[in-house]
Design a protein around this ligand. Structure first.
Ligand code: FAD
Length: 293
């Protein structure tokens, strides 16, 4: 526990992926219900690759929102949509009470069929309904971006099209986040930039994925996970320590919003939220209303 408590209101959002198989489904339902006790401002459901991507994201967004009554955002990977199919998807979501979206180019292929850019799609969605729209941002620069400047210009174009906030790609070195946030603000980004953090549930997998998405792994992490070996409990202990350390540092540096890529691991997510909230003044932390109904 830090000496000086922060007088502010912590705002946490959590991200789930559509589970596959009965046991994973049950465990997500139980977990998302349990995390409700932390009053997340909203929860999001990713849009995965594969044939059932559209239905999976749609169905799980609606089910989870009905289950725990936490406002829910559906991720939309634009690569899977034409203009017409996106309108239909968005209309169906709105009708089901899903009024938040996370609008992305999408990992699959990276090419957009129905739109000139993510900003173009945001403008089209905003014309349909007043969706609350989050977009992606990259503290360590998107691997396909022409330059750091181009990456930030692209983020500002998404703001100009109506994006309500940016959620960052995960990162492990908080200095990367602070530098990026300050630079984006200097260049004219006026919305919240919410840091995305991830528990390292499987170090080898995170190493592989980070190479693709451009997130760097601090050297000091390697010996920590090597020492844990195949012992899952020790691996989880290391992951817990690292994410707690990271979110405490964010709070101590004036960050009051957090987006957790839960990987559907409720235990590590709960520990991270507890550590984050712990840095805030108790009287405020107990009162955490949802941002948008
Ligand atoms: P953009 O805003 O178009 O691009 C971001 C930057 O990368 C720009 O600088 C752009 O110029 C450059 N760029 C990206 N693609 C290309 C390209 N093909 N050619 C040239 N330049 C390019 N993916 C999913 O599939 N499903 C999800 O649910 C999902 N959720 C995510 C949630 C968050 C918070 C984040 C940060 C990422 C998520 N992603 C998801 C990953 C995301 O789709 C990829 O990072 C994708 O490559 C870029 O998406 P974007 O919306 O940032 O695209």
């Amino acid at each position: 526990m830090s000496a000086a408590k922060i007088i502010d209101e912590p705002i946490v959002s959590v991200e789930y992926f559509p589970p596959k198989g009965l046991s994973a489904e049950r465990s997500l339902m139980t977990g998302a219900h349990a995390l409700r006790r932390f009053s997340p401002a909203y929860q999001t459901v990713t849009f995965g690759a594969g044939g059932s991507a559209i239905e999976g994201s749609f169905d799980w967004s609606v089910s989870l929102q009905n289950l725990n009554e936490v406002p829910t955002a559906t991720h939309i990977a634009l690569g899977h949509f034409t203009r017409d199919s996106l309108v239909k998807f968005a209309e169906d979501l709105w009708e089901q009470g899903i009024k938040r979206l996370v609008v992305l180019r999408g990992d699959a292929g990276g090419q957009l069929a129905g739109f000139d850019s993510v900003a173009d799609a945001i403008a089209a969605l905003k014309l349909l309904h007043p969706f609350d729209i989050s977009v992606a941002a990259y503290p360590e620069v998107h691997p396909l971006a022409q330059s750091r400047q181009a990456d930030i210009a692209n983020l500002i174009a998404k703001q100009d099209a109506g994006a309500n906030r940016a959620i960052t790609q995960y990162f492990f070195n908080n200095e990367d986040f602070y530098r990026f946030r300050d630079e984006a603000e200097r260049k004219g980004f006026r919305r919240d930039i919410v840091p995305g953090v991830i528990p390292i549930t499987n170090f080898q997998r995170i190493v592989e994925f980070s190479e693709k998405c451009g997130a760097s792994i601090p050297d000091r992490f390697h010996p920590l996970f090597e020492a844990a070996g195949n012992d899952r409990a020790r691996h989880s202990d290391v992951a817990r320590r690292l994410i707690e350390e990271q979110v405490r540092d964010l709070a101590q540096n004036g960050v009051n919003q957090l987006h957790i890529y839960t990987l559907n691991r409720v235990d590590l997510t709960a520990d991270a939220i507890r550590a984050f909230n712990d840095e805030f003044d108790d009287s405020v932390a107990e009162f955490r209303p949802a941002l948008v109904g």
